[in-house]
Design a protein around this ligand. Structure first.
Ligand SMILES: [Mg+2]
Length: 138
């Protein structure tokens, strides 16, 4: 089954509700994150130190190998993520609550998911299935 090598989350209104609800055990028992899967965040917030404080507060840094937190187009964030991880856009998934970010990053070839009410494990599992069923990019 084809799986992404890098899953990237927006922070505000995407990652926070999920992590806040489950911060004692952010990755539920039994959820097998495969070897080689990297997790990252891409945020356009101007509150860079505030975002980093929350990531520390919720002990999330241990799960994140890549962090791009600064204002601007998320295309910039993803070009940096690609350069730093060595992962191709076609092997990435991205969760965000704002359509403009989904539109921008989709153009790169990243599997993008618009998150209506915060990301959940259920949504991630569903999207992993969809990712595996995609036709190969030709
Ligand atoms: Mg957001």
């Amino acid at each position: 089954m084809a799986k992404p090598k890098l899953i990237v989350f927006d922070l505000d209104y995407t990652l926070w509700p999920f992590w806040v609800d489950t911060h004692v055990d952010p990755l539920p028992q039994g959820q097998k994150w495969r070897r080689g899967l990297q997790l990252g965040v891409a945020s356009r917030t101007g509150e860079v130190s505030g975002a980093n404080q929350l990531l520390s507060l919720y002990n999330l840094n241990q799960y994140l190998s890549l962090k791009e937190i600064y204002p601007g187009s998320k295309v910039t964030h993803f070009n940096k993520l690609k350069a730093d991880s060595g992962v191709q856009f076609s092997e990435m998934m991205f969760f965000d609550d704002e359509q403009r970010n989904i539109t921008d990053v989709s153009r790169l070839g990243v599997h993008c998911v618009l998150v209506p009410n915060g990301v959940t494990m259920k949504l991630i599992r569903e999207e992993l299935v969809k990712f595996s069923q995609r036709r190969p990019v030709t």
